[in-house]
Design a protein. Structure first.
Length: 53
């Protein structure tokens, strides 16, 4: 539990970088937004699993 804050900060930085790379890609804007939504939902699910264990 001591490293929980560091893990959250690291996950936030990694997620931000992933979102930036996704949005910089050459896909259509609608597809980018759908993929960004899916990445966000997956991150929430993963964080929920992290906190419940």
């Amino acid at each position: 539990m001591r490293y929980a804050a560091i893990a959250i900060i690291g996950q936030s930085c990694l997620g931000s970088a992933a979102a930036m790379v996704l949005l910089m890609g050459g896909l259509e804007m609608v597809l980018k937004m759908i993929l960004l939504f899916l990445v966000t939902i997956f991150a929430w699910h993963t964080m929920g699993l992290f906190w419940h264990n």
